[in-house]
Ligand binder design. Structure first.
Ligand code: C5P
Length: 413
């Protein structure tokens, strides 16, 4: 399937990666029309971009000849997706304001196609409240924000704001519009649980935890990007649904258990990233509990262990657990790997400065006779790397089946 991509390139140093991004998009069957902003030309030449895209570069809204060949409105209609990579803070602000001072922002206003931005900027600029407010508005309008990644930056500093690697962007954009491409999990069924659960005490109160769901959503998104048919069973979170993924919303651990078993059928891989409550109130009080005494007792009973129950099925899928711990991380995780009879477990430290409700994470993956460390990275990039390892172990276990060509996804330069 050919996918028409309008690739907007704005003026950030990450524009030097644009020729590689064009190549990656074309490898996945995309026809790429580049639209550069004036400042992008300071970082990458239109000659190089024209050579890799095979199409004349567009940059000027007032270029009569180019407009006669394909007007900005025709370009906006031609696009199956508009991708801006790198997207500067300035371009984000221009799109939020709804202005159309140049060709790229005019196309964004005129297109009905999905729009995705891969931000790239200094980490202080990215965390600036103005940029974060713009990110939120863009997401609320349905614009997809890809990344950014975390790591060393061109300015010599380290932090969040690095553009995601071209292959990760290409894979996400193709998945966004339903073209799965040549993914590592092509044709496989994956079920992921994510987020916290809520255990009702009475009609207005519940017990929950600090899980944001970001890691599970990133895992679901990465699996979809790699061609899998993904069902995401999600507790209550404040995140946009990943494109191309079937999302089943649940509240309690019991609901998550039922929804997971309903979805599991002929699933190949089960990834339990949810922070499921261990205990729930023994009974839900029907009316709001009034405060009378100085103290009150709440009787709690164990919730079902979803992961262990899936791993115990006769035809269990390849099962991957997560272990969020505040201490003895790998020891506890190894214990769970054995006790719950898992194929892999992803162990990570949680606490004040790590793990829950953050955009980054580090992890150690453990299996029967081995382990692998994953250094701190954005949850998007970590999810892609984890998925590669999961796929490798999955195919190693199902030895007789042919493993598709590995889609190389790297989070490092
Ligand atoms: O036992 P613990 O909660 O630490 O195990 C964590 C792993 O088990 C995670 O993968 C989590 O999603 C899963 N789990 C589950 N159902 C529960 C508790 C944990 O699926 N009730």
């Amino acid at each position: 399937m050919t996918v028409n991509v309008v690739l907007g390139i704005s003026g950030g140093i990450a524009a030097y990666k644009a020729p590689d991004l064009v190549r990656r998009l074309r490898e996945r069957g995309a026809d790429v029309q580049i639209v550069m902003t004036a400042s992008a030309e300071e970082f990458v030449t239109s000659t190089a971009l024209q050579a890799v895209s095979g199409r004349p570069i567009r940059s000027n809204l007032w270029d009569k000849e180019a407009e006669a060949a394909m007007s900005h409105i025709e370009l906006a209609r031609w696009a199956d997706v508009v991708l801006i990579a790198p997207s500067t803070a300035e371009v984000m602000a221009r799109i939020v304001s709804g202005g159309a001072p140049d060709l790229l922002t005019t196309i964004c206003l005129a297109t009905e196609a999905p729009i995705a931005l891969a931000p790239a900027m200094n980490h202080v600029m990215w965390s600036n409240p103005a940029t974060q407010a713009n990110r939120q508005v863009l997401e609320e309008r349905g614009i997809h924000i890809l990344g950014p990644g975390i790591g060393s930056q061109a300015c010599g500093e380290t932090g969040s704001g690095r553009m995601l690697e071209p292959d990760v962007i290409a894979a996400q954009v193709v998945a966004l519009i339903g073209g799965k491409g040549e993914g590592l999990l092509q044709g496989r069924k994956v079920v992921v649980t994510a987020g916290p659960t809520r255990e009702a005490i009475d009609p207005v109160r519940y017990i929950t935890n600090r899980s944001s769901g970001k890691m599970g959503y990133a895992m679901a998104s990465a699996a979809s990007t790699q061609g899998a048919e993904v069902t995401l069973v999600s507790g209550p979170v404040n995140l946009p649904e990943p494109p191309g993924v079937t999302v089943v919303q649940v509240e309690s651990a019991e609901d998550m258990y039922t929804a997971t078993h309903d979805a599991i059928g002929d699933t190949d891989i089960f990834i339990a990233a949810a922070a499921v409550a261990d205990y729930r109130p023994a009974a839900v009080v029907q009316q709001k509990i009034k405060k009378n005494d100085e103290a009150m007792r709440l009787e709690l009973v164990r919730c079902p262990d979803i992961l262990a129950s899936v791993a115990a099925l006769d035809a269990a899928p390849f099962t991957v657990g997560f272990a969020a711990e505040t201490e003895n991380v790998t020891d506890y995780a190894r214990g769970k790997l054995a006790k719950k009879k898992l194929d892999l477990i992803v162990a990570n430290r949680v606490g004040r400065d790590c793990g829950f409700d953050r955009d980054d994470n580090a992890a150690t993956v453990l299996w029967n006779n081995g382990e692998k460390q994953f250094p701190t990275a954005s949850k998007t990039e970590l999810a892609h790397d984890l998925l590669e390892l999961i796929a490798e172990h999955f195919y190693a276990m199902r030895g007789s089946e042919t493993q598709p060509k590995l889609t190389v996804i790297s989070s490092n330069d």
